[in-house]
Unconditional design. Structure first.
Lengths: 115, 110
């Protein structure tokens, strides 16, 4: 069964550094998402992406965050200057159709630790 | 904002049927209801989706009353491996934005 893959599985960075989290969505999917989950808390929506542009974003997704689909397969999340509170699991997801009716397929996440 | 409300936790024993109910009073006409399962340190995994009445697949059933203001996920004969957090999602007012609620932590005991 096709799956969403994320790399790296664990990233440690110092406060103020830039990080790029990478995702390879399922190949025929058209909608892409980033979510995050702080330890012990719920899964939080960050951003959705369709047709090479952001569809929706939450209040968490401020100017420090950006997303890109640099080629036909990768979908990246960049955090420009990391803060301690950015430490979390970051999940990428994709779906194949209209978002409301198409289940999201999640990767197993990147654990980001900011020190 | 299509907010969902679920019980924080539930306990069950192996072999029992478990029903988890989610309230979504502000669900939009076109929204589907989708349930996900999450194990620790893993991404959420799709379980089942429905619009109205009843949907059944190989792992669960989903019951949705006519007013669609709630839904119930039914897991038949749970096992220890069903211990996880279960989330219900409905679409939000945006085109492509889905919010997870706090989820229900199901603890299956031997």
């Amino acid at each position: 069964e096709p799956e969403v893959t994320q790399t790296p599985s664990h990233q440690v960075t110092q406060m103020g550094q830039e990080v790029i989290l990478r995702c390879v969505p399922i190949s025929n999917h058209l909608y892409f998402y980033w979510y995050r989950q702080i330890l012990g808390q719920k899964v939080e929506f960050l951003v959705s992406f369709y047709n090479n542009e952001i569809s929706e974003k939450s209040e968490i997704f401020d100017d420090q965050f950006s997303v890109e689909r640099p080629d036909g397969s990768n979908f990246t999340l960049k955090i420009r200057s990391t803060k301690l509170e950015d430490s979390a699991m970051y999940f990428c997801a994709s779906s194949d159709g209209q978002g409301r009716n198409s289940p999201l397929h999640f990767g197993n996440g990147t654990r980001l630790t900011v020190t | 904002l299509a907010k969902t409300t679920q019980p924080i936790s539930m306990d069950s024993y192996e072999g029992q049927e478990v029903n988890i109910t989610c309230s979504h009073n502000n669900i939009a006409t076109n929204d589907y209801i989708t349930w996900y399962q999450q194990f620790p340190s893993q991404g959420p995994r799709f379980i089942i989706q429905g619009y109205k009445t009843k949907v059944t697949n190989e792992v669960a059933s989903l019951f949705i009353p006519a007013d669609r203001k709630s839904s119930t996920l039914s897991l038949p004969r749970v096992s220890l491996s069903d211990t996880a957090v279960y989330y219900c999602l409905v679409g939000d007012e945006g085109f492509n934005k889905f919010y997870f609620g706090s989820g229900t932590k199901l603890n299956v005991k031997p």
